[in-house]
Design a protein around this ligand. Structure first.
Ligand SMILES: *Cc1c(COP(=O)(O)O)cnc(C)c1O
Length: 449
């Protein structure tokens, strides 16, 4: 069927129809009468074949991928080592249920995640299907292990769309519909330097004090089972917490018998230039939730953590019919091998350099670029009406995104105020495709900013 992206990608030849093209539009008409609108679609160009950093649609257009299916296809959407292992597993068996008849690949994924997550303490890993399911289980483990019930999450947090994880997620529209929500969830201020009222310099100290005060006054330390935090917030707008904040919260948790959960579902697996974003501040979480980039596009998630916590739940209390499916486990082993052997953590840092240099140019040229932030291949631009008021500019953000989508560049937005452009290219994207996509973002700024 398809050829290498390089062969197809001639100047001016990346798009052969308008995006979406006629075949996509036909499919999209079918979607609208078969799929509820709650399953929103960003760009209804229907995928046909994946290339590293490019998605070929059914009309033959090549879309530059700055989304990776939301930080999933870090190794590409058909990484050779993933494909080979999946094929081989598919011919052996598709499923047994690990808790009925186990298999080696699950154990190996657990061993490798114990090795790669921060800290050299004894660890255990349980596997699930989705990020939300991993978060649900991390909370369950923390509550069982501590015998406490309350959980503290942060402003701008995103942890999923199931009932418990909706309660943990900060933003109502569009994520939190259909309550009532789970109780015993408290919300602390995130150390968000760009929008900290008294300025970025005070941010870590003041946010930490506010956190301690919230837990002691409103939660009660003796009720606090867990604190859950994204070391770089994803849907919240790639907010990098003020330096020192994450580490201090984690240390406070340790001193007070509260389980510190790092939700690394978006920031983990080389995305930020380290295996896990917690490493940047030398933070050792008690539990880590992992998903998205873990298995090269197959559904797999994990909770990895301290053995004494993980073993608190009695046999039969953790798991699920499909959790740690053997095909997904093989895919994860292929993805891990790719990340290790091709050193994709370094590649994430190289991608950061390329993106940051271009974003600095935008920042110099346009007053609406309030902040350039992020780490590795997880970079964002927060857009404002002007730098003094910092009034979020959701309209401009939408216009720039629209321009990129029309030009076949898949760019996501994020942020509580819908004013953040976020960039999550596959780590295997070529420099040329990265540059070409960024040229189109530049074009969008030139036209609309
Ligand atoms: C995406 C995400 C989740 C939820 O994962 P799903 O696989 O969509 O359930 C949870 N936490 C973070 C930080 C995420 O980015």
């Amino acid at each position: 069927m398809s050829v290498n992206a390089e062969d197809v990608l001639k100047p001016g030849g990346r798009l052969v129809t308008q995006v979406p093209g006629p075949k996509s539009l036909e499919l999209d008409a079918r979607r609208k009468s078969a799929v509820p609108r709650g399953v929103g679609v960003l760009l209804p160009a229907y995928a046909e074949v994946g290339h590293d950093g490019l998605i070929e649609d059914v009309d033959g257009n090549l879309l530059i991928d700055f989304a990776s299916g939301v930080a999933v296809t870090a190794v590409g959407s058909r990484a050779p080592r993933v494909v080979a292992r999946v094929r081989d597993q598919l011919e052996r068996f598709t499923h047994t249920a690990f808790f009925v008849t186990p298999y080696e690949s699950y154990v190996q994924v657990a061993e490798e995640l114990a090795e790669l997550t921060p800290g050299d303490h004894e660890k255990r890993t349980a596997l699930f299907n989705s990020g939300a399911e991993a978060v649900e289980n991390a909370i369950k483990i923390a509550r069982v292990a501590t015998g406490r019930r309350s959980v503290i999450a942060f402003d701008h947090a995103f942890h999923g769309r199931t009932n418990l994880t909706m309660a943990l997620t900060a933003k109502t529209t569009p994520y939190k519909t259909g309550g009532p929500f789970a109780g015993d969830i408290f919300r602390a201020q995130m150390a968000y330097p760009y929008r900290w009222a008294t300025g970025a310099d005070q941010c870590a100290d003041e946010a930490f004090s506010a956190f301690v005060s919230l837990v002691s006054k409103q939660v009660g330390v003796d009720n606090a089972a867990a604190v859950i935090l994204e070391p770089i917030q994803g849907e919240g707008g790639f907010i990098v917490p003020a330096p020192g904040f994450v580490k201090r919260v984690a240390a406070w948790c340790r001193e007070n018998g509260v389980v510190f959960i790092a939700d690394e579902i978006q920031s983990g697996m080389c995305r930020t230039g380290d295996w896990f974003a917690s490493e940047f501040e030398d933070t050792v979480p008690d539990l880590v939730t992992i998903g998205k980039g873990l298995a090269g596009g197959l559904p797999l998630s994990a909770v990895t953590g301290r053995a004494e916590l993980m073993d608190a739940v009695a046999p039969g209390g953790l798991g699920g019919t499909y959790g740690g499916n053997p095909i997904a486990c093989e895919a994860a082993l292929g993805a891990l091998e790719t990340m290790r052997e091709d050193d994709l953590c370094s590649r994430a840092r190289a991608v950061e350099k390329i993106m940051r240099d271009r974003f600095r140019e935008f920042e110099a040229a346009y007053d609406q670029v309030g902040e350039v932030r992020g780490r590795g291949a997880m970079m964002a631009l927060e857009l404002v009406k002007d730098r003094d008021t910092k009034t979020p500019d959701a309209e401009l953000t939408a216009k720039i995104q629209r321009h990129c989508l029309d030009a076949g560049v898949v760019v996501l937005t994020a942020g509580t105020f819908d004013n953040v452009l976020r960039f999550l290219p596959p780590l295997v994207i070529s420099d040329d495709h990265l540059a070409e996509g960024l040229d189109i973002v530049a074009e969008a700024f030139a036209k609309h900013a």
